[in-house]
Each structure stands twice: as C-alpha cells, then as structure tokens.
Ligand binder design. Structure first.
Ligand code: MG
Length: 168
C-alpha cells in the first residue's frame, strides 16, 4: 500500500502532467495560427508525451493499491508574442516540472517508499532530457533571431518529429 501523503502527491503530479499536455497543445495552436506547422507538430508530439507521463503515474498509483483522483486542470495561456517566447516559457515550465518531480521524490524518501523511489527515477532522468531539448531549441531560435529563412528551416526540421511512447 501507498501512504496517503504519497498518494496525494502523485495525484498532484498527474494533474501537473495533464496541465503540461494542455499548455503544450495551446502553444501548438498558437504556432499553427502563425503558419508554423513544423513547430506546431513539435508541440503536439510534446503534448502527447505529457499524456503518457500522466498515464504512467496513473498506472503506478493503481498498481500500488492507491486511488487516482483527478483534479481540475487550469486553463493554459493562449496568447504568445513569438516562437521565442513560446520556447522561453516551455523551458521555464520544464524547470518548474523538474522541481515538482524533485519534491515528489523527497516525499517518497520521507515516506520510505522504495518502490516509488525506484519508479520516480525514470521521471528524474526524463526531466534532464526535457530541459535540454527546450534549452537547445531556444538557443537555436535566438541564433536566428526567431525569424526569416532560419525560422523556416527550423520549422521544416521540427515537422519531422514523431511520437513514440517512451513510457511503454
Ligand atoms: Mg512531463
């Protein structure tokens, strides 16, 4: 059995992952409205990934005899100034999620739940990748000043991203 405290913390993380899905889908919609279909594709795939993160937590909690209790998902920001702003916010968001995962790990340690610690290691590692991805793309965008031929080349590059369920 899982402790009530850890159950609550995992339920909160499920909410955070589902919010991430909404947030990235909102970014995708903005980028689509700007005619940047490759950037849109990148964030649709990112949103799909976030859904699998929520489901990974969902299945773990069920498996451990806990109870999944879904919460209200906040409305994401819908207006953005530029692709550069989108990637700045995406990087900030991943840094925030990393701090949430770290707090969740702290709770698993406090609760002496070794199975949860082992399970959460996957998320700790995943966050390193998530931050690096957003950071790299933000740097690239800044190099091309977020415009012109460079932006179109990046758009073409990001059109190639495909979804694979890394939690499977
Ligand atoms: Mg995530």
């Amino acid at each position: 059995m899982i402790s009530d405290k850890l159950q609550d913390a995992i339920n909160n993380q499920i909410n955070a992952e589902l919010f991430s899905e909404f947030y990235y889908l909102s970014m995708a919609a903005y980028l689509s409205s700007e005619g940047l279909d490759g950037f849109e594709n990148f964030f649709i795939v990112q949103a799909q990934e976030e859904h699998t993160h929520a489901m990974k937590l969902y299945h773990f909690l069920n498996e451990r005899g806990g109870r999944v209790m879904l919460q209200k998902i906040d409305a994401p920001k819908t207006d953005f100034d530029s692709p550069v702003e989108v990637f700045k916010l995406a990087l900030e968001h991943e840094q925030h999620v990393t701090s949430l995962i770290n707090q969740l790990m702290d709770t698993a340690i406090e609760e002496k739940d070794h199975a949860a610690r082992s399970f959460l290691n996957w998320f700790v590692d995943e966050q390193v990748e998530e931050e690096a991805t957003m950071d790299t793309l933000l740097s690239k965008l800044k190099l091309i000043n977020g415009e012109g031929q460079g932006l179109l080349m990046m758009d073409k590059e990001l059109a190639a991203r495909t979804f694979t369920d890394e939690t499977a």
